[in-house]
Design a protein around this ligand. Structure first.
Ligand code: F6R
Length: 633
């Protein structure tokens, strides 16, 4: 969480840093700050709350600087107050640091520094970093190593400091005595370097770079970058110089604009048909025909070592990615006959299940940076080392960021190709993750000869129709649901129910609503209501029931009737043809194959959550207390 940026070049740093922070605000927005090196001094400005507060504070302030660093915070250590906002400085105010991550051993470091007379002014873990750097710098001066006259001392001080830190962090550092360099270091938290013409940038995520440059270098764990007006040098934490090649992004800066939409979330909901098209284009093999079993129906091109003697799949994920994984379990079990377990990564990392043979381990994370998911995968890999071959770790990542940290951990990636998602609430990345599971299940079903060619063809044909069906629904429902949502302005609780493959959609509908509208909402398997939750129902609690024709259709309708008998207002996510008297209102969904239905049933639930939150005047794209990329435990 938290976003960090840095700039060094010939332009005025302040505006570049602020616009970079704007693009990273989705990572945290409790407070913001920046520090620039102006006339041989560090000038630091910080403000509690969103970035616009910092902007306002800067109006009329002179900051003549071509070098600076900035930060937007999601509080971990210490309240979201100005005194805890980054950048943090040492006692002398000559070293300033921004951090994304957590320094786990900060308590002992702080105690040590305090015993040597350092004074601390914040409750953060970060503040130890500028103090340590300043102390190393003054020791070098005392040791006759040339003090600030020796250019290598700043790098060396940062290098020795990061070697003292435990935890997952990315930092950017400026020092008034070295006005021509920014030092950037990475250990388990993302940071990229942007290379422009005579100007260089760093940022926690690429959206902050694309309006300046498409040439990007991702720092790896244990690396330090020195940014100067002349170029970028990379070192490892041991101090060796490294040669690294940048890559070209080919991202249009307009990808990170809202266009005609009021919020990124709404834009991203409307992008879903094209996301599904792009996934189909990339991953369906157009050369496959149902009668010819020699080539796979998909273009996943997963290595045969991932599939060899495969007995089960184990998935690790959090939040919405966990919901997509529950649909994945359904697909892998029902289409490919592979027993699958889905774990909350945050739980599994502290309670691993007994090792099982021939298991494919999958990490599902749109950001590729979720700390719990990465830690669970790393632990699974670790505990398989030195075990017999059948326990060997086979790791697959499903992510929207092929260049993110998960890529360093797994054997292969399925890139879900959803494009940048800025809204904190995941929408298009959810449907793209579900698409990845369709492809994986189809590939495995074909490899294991679990489904006939005809059934695979039927599923693929159904998937090909999804983008147009989504478009029709969006066209018909966006304004319908906008009007419909008004009646929930004062509603305090919602229940979502579904069964089978649509149970995870009930969970996702509830999560979307609670995270952006702050309404209490629960998702349940419809058949479970009578075992307790039905006691919650009365005429003030709307119940959204997902009832799609198929195996459990009649069952869900009966469960819905049970809710109605308790006076609940019943909203059906169901085909128009469903008997009119069951539901009080219907958010209509085309009557597709039940197995494909989650791709469509999620749309009205996303729109419902969005419009309820928008009517309430809430900050849909940056809901309180949340951040898009959860890089802390
Ligand atoms: C909800 C949401 C979160 C994320 C979760 C995992 O809308 O976005 O629940 O799904 O934080 O994030 P990733 O997928 O990046 O691992």
């Amino acid at each position: 969480m938290c976003g960090i940026v840095g700039y060094i070049g010939t332009q005025s740093a302040t505006e570049i840093l602020l616009s970079g922070l704007e693009k990273l605000e989705y990572r945290g927005y409790d407070s913001a700050g920046l520090a620039a090196v102006c006339n041989g001094q560090i000038k630091s400005v910080r403000a509690k709350g969103k970035l616009h507060n910092l902007r306002e504070k800067l109006v009329g302030m002179e900051m003549p600087a071509n070098i600076g660093i900035g930060h937007t915070r999601w509080a971990t250590h210490g309240k979201p107050e100005e005194y805890n906002a980054h950048p943090h400085t040492d006692d002398t105010g000559r070293v300033a640091v921004v951090q994304n991550g957590i320094v786990e051993n900060y308590r002992e470091l702080r105690k040590d520094l305090e015993s040597r007379g350092h004074k601390f002014v914040s409750e953060t873990d970060t503040e130890v970093i500028p103090h340590l750097i300043a102390e190393f710098l003054s020791n070098f001066a005392g040791n006759g190593k040339g003090g600030t006259g020796n250019r290598e001392n700043f790098l060396e001080a940062v290098r020795q400091t990061v070697n003292k830190l435990d935890g997952a962090f990315a930092i950017a550092v400026v020092c008034a005595d070295y006005p021509n360099e920014i030092l950037v270091a990475r250990q388990q938290a993302p940071i990229s370097i942007g290379l422009g013409q005579g100007e260089f940038f760093c940022a926690s995520d690429t959206p902050a770079l694309v309006s300046h440059t498409q040439v990007v270098l991702s720092l790896e764990n244990g690396e330090i970058a020195r940014l100067t007006p002349l170029g970028v040098e990379i070192y490892n934490f041991e101090g060796d110089r490294l040669n690294k090649m940048p890559r070209i992004l080919n991202w249009s800066p307009t990808l990170v604009e809202k266009h005609i939409f009021k919020h990124f979330m709404l834009k991203e909901i409307h992008e879903q048909p094209n996301v599904v098209r792009s996934c189909l284009e990339a991953y369906i093999n157009s050369d496959w025909d149902a009668m010819n079993s020699l080539v796979s129906p998909t273009n996943l091109k997963l290595s045969s070592s991932l599939y060899k003697n495969l007995e089960q799949v184990e998935i690790f994920a959090c939040g919405t990615s966990w919901h997509a994984s529950l649909i994945g379990k359904y697909l892998l079990e029902q289409l490919a006959g592979i027993s699958t377990t889905v774990n909350y990564a945050s739980e599994a990392r502290y309670a691993p299940s007994p090792l099982r043979k021939n298991t494919l381990l999958i990490g599902v994370t749109q950001s590729g940076e979720t700390a719990d998911t990465l830690a669970a995968l790393a632990m699974e890999h670790q505990r398989r080392l030195d075990k017999p071959a059948e326990f060997e770790s086979r790791l697959l990542g499903i992510t929207n960021r092929a260049e993110s940290s998960i890529a360093n951990l797994v054997n292969q990636i399925i890139d879900i190709r959803a494009g940048v998602e800025i809204g904190v609430a995941a929408t298009k990345t959810f449907v793209a993750q579900v698409m990845a599971f369709y492809f994986l299940a189809i590939d495995l079903a074909w490899q294991r000869k679990y489904l006939s060619g005809e059934r695979i063809a039927e599923i693929i044909n159904g998937l090909q129709k999804i983008p147009a069906q989504m478009e029709q629904m969006l066209e018909a429902q966006d304004s319908q649901i906008e009007d419909f949502a008004h009646q929930f302005n004062d509603t305090q609780d919602f229940i979502f129910v579904g069964r089978g493959i649509n149970y995870p959609i009930a969970l996702e509908g509830a999560l979307k609503l609670k995270e952006i509208s702050y309404i209490h909402a629960e998702g349940y398997p419809a058949g479970e209501m009578k075992h307790g939750p039905i006691a919650l129902l009365d005429d003030k609690v709307p119940v959204v029931a997902i009832a799609m024709p198929g195996l459990v259709y009649e069952k869900v309708l009966s469960n819905a009737q049970e809710a109605k008998a308790r006076d609940a207002q019943l909203i059906g996510v169901t085909p128009e043809s469903t008997e009119a008297d069951v539901f009080d209102s219907v958010l209509a969904v085309p009557a597709v194959d039940e197995l494909l239905s989650p791709m469509l049933t999620v749309i009205p639930l996303q729109l419902l959550a969005y419009h309820i939150a928008a009517h309430r005047g809430l900050d849909v794209d940056q809901p309180r207390n949340l951040a898009k990329s959860v890089t802390v435990e």
